[in-house]
Design a protein around this ligand. Structure first.
Ligand code: CP
Length: 324
């Protein structure tokens, strides 16, 4: 395991499985009556969110607290950033307080990488601009593997605003590493050219979702769109909203996923989001276990560690490691 978690580009199959196996072993902690283990007692984690977040911020906080770490939350509006302090000065000041890890969400691609070179503690990317969102993709993989047992050979359609989606980029790298076939589906203006080398692309929703095992719908990121990429939201929805009719073209046991937040009736119909194939709430539940695993693996790297109690079917040998 590397010192930081900045992105999934270049991550190997073995590294991804190591994180997923660790996360799978942590799932049962959240089902206990007392949802707390002492694994990160005495550790301090800072959640530094420059952009709005519900799922990522809350699940990192819950994950840290379930492992007995102290979690301190900082947002742009409540920090001295609003007085003109730079990201680097803010981060240096936070690092001077000796946290054991900093989780950063930032609107600029590369901000976590910039910090990782300049502060002396693990940095976890919680979403940097339109670049990567590694923990979201890892929890997506955990959810697919939980339902399908494998990712090898699965056909996965990622539908929507690919251009502005850090979730799509992280998933594309990780799904390919694990042997899945990825199709990117959206209007031509929202399908970046550089990704066409790595996945099938189509502008036709029916073609894109046909015979797929997994469909991931993405939010239209209006806050990142400086130009008009399609005429109106109604028109976008007419061609790209994931409806029941579109889902019927996929495999009969297709998994419907969405990283959230959802724009109902724009990228996904309510009856699909809440329907029998939807695993959207499983994604959210798995987000806690996945983030527990990431905190555990990055923060506990200075000593030999063992997962406190593993599921009956987990492989303990994969969950033990030496100091990195
Ligand atoms: N999926 C996701 O990153 O959601 P939040 O923006 O609510 O954290």
């Amino acid at each position: 395991m590397a010192r930081h978690l900045l992105g999934l580009e270049g991550t190997t199959r073995e590294e991804i499985f190591y994180i997923l196996d660790t996360a799978a072993s942590f799932r049962e902690i959240s089902e206990r009556e007392i949802k707390k283990v002492p694994t990160l007692r005495g550790k301090t984690v800072i959640g530094f969110f420059y952009e709005a977040s519900t799922r990522t911020r809350m699940s990192f906080e819950i994950a840290a607290k379930r492992m007995s770490a102290d979690f301190i939350s900082l947002s742009a509006s409540g920090s001295s950033l609003s007085k003109g302090e730079t990201l680097l000065d803010t981060a240096r000041n936070l690092a001077a307080m000796r946290p054991d890890g900093i989780i950063l969400r930032h609107p600029s691609a590369g901000a976590p990488h910039f910090l990782a070179e300049r502060v002396d503690c693990p940095i976890i990317n919680a979403g940097d601009g339109a670049h990567e969102h590694p923990t979201q993709a890892l929890l997506d993989l955990l959810t697919i593997r939980e339902h399908r047992g494998t990712l090898d050979g699965l056909k996965v359609a990622i539908v929507g605003d690919i251009l502005h989606s850090r979730v799509a980029r992280s998933n594309l790298h990780a799904l390919r590493a694990l042997g899945a076939d990825v199709r990117l589906v959206g209007p031509p203006t929202l399908l970046p050219r550089e990704l066409r080398a790595w996945a099938e692309v189509t502008n036709n929703l029916a073609e894109g979702v046909r015979d797929t095992d997994v469909i991931m719908a993405l939010r239209i990121q209006r806050e990142r769109q400086g130009a008009n990429f399609f005429p109106t939201l109604d028109e976008y929805a007419r061609y790209f909203c994931l409806t029941e009719a579109a889902v019927r073209l996929a495999k009969p046991d297709v998994l419907i996923m969405h990283p959230g937040p959802i724009n109902r009736g724009i990228e996904i119909a309510s009856d699909v989001a809440d329907g029998p194939y939807s695993v959207i709430m499983h994604q959210v539940t798995n987000g806690v276990a996945l983030r527990m695993a990431v905190l555990f693996l990055l923060i506990n790297r200075s000593r030999e560690v063992a997962v406190p109690e593993v599921e009956a079917n987990a492989q303990p040998a994969t969950l033990r490691r030496k100091a990195g």
